[in-house]
Structure formats: structure tokens, C-alpha cells
Ligand binder design. Structure first.
Ligand SMILES: [Zn+2]
Length: 69
């Protein structure tokens, strides 16, 4: 089963902890931030604590186009 990038509609691996593709993630947050988010989310998932509030912690609020998880 696959899910789709919330920005461009590209297929995203269901294994992936994020709902958007790498390309969009990097264009929205920049590569460094994107990698940090990925890492945070993977850590959260590993802890069995993939809570929305935890996931978006540290994400800049100016990303108004971001629809959330
Ligand atoms: Zn995309």
C-alpha cells in the first residue's frame, strides 16, 4: 500500500513516516530541517509515540501551506 505526497501527489512509501516526498519536504523546510524532522519522526515512531503534537514540535510556523499530519 502506498500513500501520496500531500504537496505533489507523488507516491510515498508507506514505510515512510512522513506524508510527503523528499523533494517537497526539502523545498518546504530545506534539506537540513527536513532531515531533522525525518529523524525526529523516526525516533518518535521507534518509541511507539507517533503523536501529532510530538511530531510537529520544532517545525517552523511560517509553513502555512503545510496541512498537518
Ligand atoms: Zn511531493
Amino acid at each position: 500500500m502506498t500513500k501520496k505526497c500531500i504537496y505533489c501527489g507523488a507516491e510515498v512509501s508507506d514505510e515512510c513516516v512522513i506524508d510527503f516526498c523528499e523533494k517537497c519536504g526539502k523545498s518546504v523546510w530545506g534539506e537540513k530541517m527536513f532531515n531533522a524532522i525525518l529523524q525526529n519522526m523516526e525516533t518518535a515512531r521507534a518509541n511507539g509515540d507517533l503523536c501529532h503534537d510530538n511530531v510537529i514540535k520544532g517545525v517552523p510556523r511560517e509553513t502555512n501551506s503545510f496541512r498537518g499530519f
